[in-house]
Design a protein around this ligand. Structure first.
Ligand SMILES: [Ca+2]
Ligand SMILES: [Ca+2]
Ligand SMILES: [Ca+2]
Length: 131
């Protein structure tokens, strides 16, 4: 009986460890290979952009950006041509630069260690790359 309990506990621990070792990067690891690559970040960008373009005018204004959790300073960084709106190209370019920041060892992918090294744990991982 004791052995059976031990076995059950061991299985729970192993399953728990597997989950801890393989985060899904907030759903961004689309192919589930345990890494984020630039195409996953770039591939998700148009849909995320569209979801936050609330008035459907093809750009993100300040209020749309800040509603998504972005900061005013970040908006100014991304709005490269300073016209007060972020277009899809600026949005993708900013996500690409963020990817490079997090890819500390420059191997073209973000692994679990790099992911866990983020300064602040943020509830919504989309903010890390896009807002
Ligand atoms: Ca991946
Ligand atoms: Ca808009
Ligand atoms: Ca890397």
């Amino acid at each position: 009986m004791k052995i059976r309990i031990l076995v059950v506990m061991t299985v729970f621990l192993l399953v728990g460890a597997a989950f801890a070792a393989a985060p899904d990067f907030g759903g961004l690891d689309r192919d589930g290979n345990g890494y984020l690559d630039p195409s996953e970040i770039d591939g998700a960008a148009p849909e995320i952009f569209k979801n936050h373009d609330r008035n459907g005018d093809g750009s993100l204004d300040r209020s749309e950006f800040e509603t998504a959790g972005g900061s005013p300073a970040r908006f100014d960084q991304i709005d490269a041509d300073k016209n007060g709106r972020i277009d899809l190209n600026e949005f993708r370019e900013a996500a690409r630069r963020r990817f490079e920041q997090y890819d500390a060892n420059r191997d073209g992918r973000i692994d679990v260690q790099e992911w866990n090294r983020r300064q602040t744990p943020i509830a919504n991982p989309l903010i890390l790359f896009y807002f």
